[in-house]
Design a binder for this molecule. Structure first.
Ligand code: AHN
Ligand code: ZN
Length: 329
């Protein structure tokens, strides 16, 4: 469809040129503007934000999905069940990992594959675990409480579940692997970056398929808050500039330019860093708020990271951009 619109606009340009018999700069500017408006008219893939919101809500209904908790275990079963229901081939990775504080974590990575025989593939990731401590809460009495993780965890997973549902309804040409990684958020803030993203780190050393080589990866982290700003994260641009360019261009074409500033944000130690180090170019679509206390959405790692702070419009923007990219490949 995109190609057709493009050819039509080229044909129109040629006709215009031959009729007018001129190729002034003004004329070619006008043609560029026409091409742009044809792009702007490109329909966004049909991403259902209410459904994505319900998937975020369903995860939160289990309670904080802190590794080792009953909520974690039951939510993991729910995620596997949903992905199978949406026709994916689901692989689980289980391992015992040691957290920085000595706790043994029963890791569970969940990988859902669509179009498994397609050679050209993309990897989509989000972490599904919750942080055990709300240690950025304004009230120190809350620091030992777990984070509900409506945004920090459940939002990315909710968008990916809705993408799974969409891919089941309408197959993409490209192969898609959705990986819900565990044990991202049991990290410490003393500068040891390897205390974070334990599930992703495990996966990079034990990939679910030998020689797995997707074209690129996209990590979704904190993609559901009101007022989200998806700046271009530093490691994403350093390792996967062309993917950043493509994703932000689509966002602007779909009318989400204000939410996706084409400006550099800081560098975040997150799952994508380890995926990049394993040789797979991977970007992080992550809500960054430069100049604020923690640099993230205001309820980050607090007891207020709950459903009431989730905006379906943010889920809609991110889901539409990623799904439009998938169907364009
Ligand atoms: C650090 O704070 C070092 N990284 C943030 C990664 C993260 C935590 N994403 C969600 N929660
Ligand atoms: Zn977190």
């Amino acid at each position: 469809m995109k190609r057709l619109i493009f050819s039509i606009s080229i044909a129109l340009s040629l006709i215009t040129l031959s009729i007018a018999g001129c190729s002034s700069a003004a004329k070619s500017n006008q043609n560029a503007a026409e091409a742009e408006s044809a792009d702007a008219a490109m329909p966004a893939a049909d991403f259902n934000a209410d459904s994505a919101y319900a998937f975020v809500e369903a995860q939160c209904a289990f309670g904080p999905r802190v590794p080792g908790s009953d909520a974690h275990s039951r939510c993991g079963d729910y995620l596997v069940h949903q992905l199978k229901k949406y026709g994916a081939i689901v692989t689980e990775q289980k391992a015992k990992l040691k957290a920085f504080d000595g706790t043994t974590l029963n890791m569970r990575n969940i990988i859902a594959s669509y179009n498994p025989n397609a050679e050209k593939r993309i990897l989509l990731l989000a972490h599904w675990d919750c942080r055990p401590w709300a240690d950025s809460d304004a009230d120190p009495a809350n620091h030992a409480l777990p984070v509900m993780g409506a945004n920090d965890g459940a939002s990315g997973v909710g968008v990916l579940l809705e993408i799974a549902r969409a891919l089941h309804a309408r197959q993409a040409q490209v192969g898609v692997d959705i990986m819900l990684v565990d044990d991202e958020d049991w990290g410490n803030h003393d500068g040891n970056e390897e205390s974070w993203a334990l599930g992703s780190q495990y996966w990079t050393k034990n990939m679910h398929i030998k020689g797995y080589r997707p074209a690129f990866g996209i990590l979704l982290d904190m993609v559901g808050a009101y007022g989200a700003k998806f700046y271009q994260e530093y490691y994403s641009t350093a390792y996967a500039q062309s993917v950043v360019t493509e994703v932000w261009n689509i966002a602007h074409r779909l009318g989400y330019g204000a939410m996706f500033p084409k400006e550099q944000g800081g560098g975040i130690t997150d799952d994508h860093v380890f995926v990049n180090r394993a040789g797979i170019p991977c970007i992080d679509i992550i809500d960054m708020r430069p100049g604020t206390e923690h640099g993230f959405f205001p309820h980050w790692h607090t007891t207020a990271d709950t459903m009431q702070n989730i905006d379906p419009a943010t889920l809609k923007a991110v889901g539409s951009v990623v799904l439009t990219l998938i169907y364009s490949m």
